[in-house]
Design a protein around this ligand. Sequence first.
Ligand SMILES: *Cc1c(COP(=O)(O)O)cnc(C)c1O
Length: 335
Amino acid sequence: MIDYRSDTVTRPNTAMRELMATALVGDDVWGDDPTVKRLEAMAAEMLGKEAAIFASSGTQSNLIALMCHCQRGDEYLVGQDAHTYKYEGGGAAILGSIQPQPITNEVDGSIALENILAAIKPDDFHFAKSRLLCLENTIAGKVLPMEYIKSATSLASEHGLLNHLDGARVFNAVVNLGIEVKEIAQYFDSVSICLSKGLGAPIGSVLCGSSELIKEAHRWRKTLGGGMRQAGIVAAAGIYVLENNIQRLQIDHDHAALLGAELAKIPQLDVDLDSLHTNMVFLKAHEGDFIALSEFLEQRDILIDARYTARLVCHLDISREDVDTTIEAIKEFYK
Ligand SMILES: *Cc1c(COP(=O)(O)O)cnc(C)c1O
């Protein structure tokens, strides 16, 4: 199967599995797992933060961060289309007693500065306390401009808010910009990264921040049921992907660019090339939906996530040859 549904579908390779099989482990809830500690130290160092904590998923890592930054009755400002708001089961509100204040995302994925400003509540008991701004980078495959990140986070800080980055795919932004992840992370009080997206680990996310924040994060991770025991087995794969799979994301970006450019030549399709910065291609059909196309592709062992729009995500289990096969198949469908 050539599977474009997400970059979460990648399978661990032999090298990763060998490291997992031979990883030194201990009980991480007791703080005894050397491999988890090594992963955490490595992530903290890369992001220029004091400390880090390994979490079972990005959803959990983001929720831990929100619960550390916000108390019951506080609110966080977040994009209407953001993962933490829209795709994490409402965890912040349900489990954290944190009110989300969603704000429309602009076409480029940013939240307009004037809209952030307008959403920050005055200190008045009628309102929840605005406590945190949460950005996402990349968002729907789009890279937030560095100038924007700087302005938005300093605007939030000036008004007494903290800043969190949902950096599930921050390394795609890093590779696109040709910078170090530190350069993005420096603007945030906490950053969550996913090892299991384009980087290709089977499981896991890491939350990075100050030592104080991470100490508090251990408490909330336990509360959320995220204390894992001999977690070094999965952390070993995380170390492998941080060491080996960051720069290769460029290959996925090149594959996506090629797919986008070729599919844009098909008259029935509308491809948003302006927002194709990284590994995701979004298609719209001028008429109808993509159901017949996805069935046609499935018969050819190609899976896409599609209904009225289609999303094709490139990752390390999709080769240049697979991309060529896919372009041929889609062209054949629309012939
Ligand atoms: C995938 C993802 C997450 C976390 O997802 P999990 O499936 O819980 O690991 C968070 N934010 C964004 C933007 C994501 O794409």
